[in-house]
Design a protein around this ligand. Structure first.
Ligand SMILES: Cc1cc2nc3c(=O)[nH]c(=O)nc-3n(C[C@H](O)[C@H](O)[C@H](O)COP(=O)(O)O)c2cc1C
Length: 272
């Protein structure tokens, strides 16, 4: 995958291209769409986001219109202004395989297809898909066969198993890339009440850096998109130093969409 600049909008915070009206697409290498599942999902009940200075906790729950809707409106989902990465998820092995089969005729329209194996906010699928590694390997093997020519990316977190062990499997089954990392399960107390959800934002950075560092040590030539608390040029430098090939922006979009232009310019070498 050749992205110029190597800057990606992370799956979720950017919706299905909504931020394009606020940012300069010249500085976006690729835009990852919000994760789509086989069947539509209404998501969790609100309130689904809490934030503090250093983090966000969200429990959106993979709200999405389902793959049939995407296929019926496929041109709407292939963004004109930038390359598009499709993000797919599932509740079970069969769902991951079925969604790959459904998208196969349209796969060429996307720069890459990312599979979300790490959503912390759904009871089935998401992170829990990794609780049976043998079954997960069957997904990797089958999806590679169904989408033989796609640039396939596995999005992992640090839960489920050691991320470097899972990453080796991704490579072994002929996948091309990794997005590291997704939100991790978090909890905060708000007005005396427990709020659980996926943790993102600056607080995630040291965890994401370590994950990429460990994976790069064992895999020299897999494409890695860094995700987790990237807000500043220093963050970009740090992630490139531990071996990331591309940088993704998630929660920072909520704070200031202009961060895209600033970091995109930086990565293009316009402003070092
Ligand atoms: C509101 C919200 C929704 C998200 N939805 C998804 C999603 O649908 N699929 C996915 O793979 N990751 C999703 N994520 C995770 C982000 O893509 C990203 O990996 C994570 O937030 C860490 O990066 P950040 O600290 O830059 O936000 C979501 C994150 C947030 C904050």
């Amino acid at each position: 995958m050749n992205l110029n600049p190597p800057l990606v909008i992370a799956s979720g915070p950017g919706g299905s291209g909504e931020y394009l009206s606020l940012i300069n697409p010249k500085y976006v290498g690729a835009y990852t769409l919000k994760t789509i599942t086989l069947n539509p999902k209404p998501g969790n009940k609100s309130k689904r986001m809490e934030n503090s200075e250093n983090y966000i906790i969200n429990s959106i729950g993979l709200e999405n219109p389902g793959i049939e809707y995407v296929i019926s409106n496929i041109e709407k989902f292939v963004l004109k202004e930038t390359k598009t990465i499709l993000s797919l998820g599932g509740d079970s092995k069969d769902e991951y395989i079925k969604i790959a089969e459904k998208i196969a005729p349209y796969a060429k329209k996307f720069e890459a297809i990312e599979f979300n194996f790490s959503c912390p906010n759904v009871k089935k699928g998401g992170l829990s898909i990794l609780s049976d590694v043998n079954e997960w390997q069957e997904i990797l093997e089958n999806v590679r066969k169904i989408l033989p020519n796609s640039f396939l990316i596995a999005k992992l977190s640090i839960e489920g198993n050691f991320v470097e062990v899972l990453s080796k499997k991704v490579k072994e089954f002929g996948w091309n890339g990794l997005t590291l990392i997704n939100c991790v399960r978090g909890l905060l107390i708000k007005d005396g009440k427990i709020v659980t959800g996926g943790l993102s934002g600056p607080i995630l950075k040291p965890i994401a850096l370590r994950a990429i560092y460990e994976v790069r040590k064992v895999l020299k030539d897999i494409y890695i998109i860094a995700s987790g608390g990237i807000y500043t040029k220093k963050d970009v430098d740090d992630f490139l130093l531990v071996g990331a090939n591309a940088i993704s922006i998630g929660s920072a979009l909520f704070k200031d969409p202009q961060v895209i232009e600033e970091l995109g310019k930086y990565l293009k070498g316009v402003e070092k």
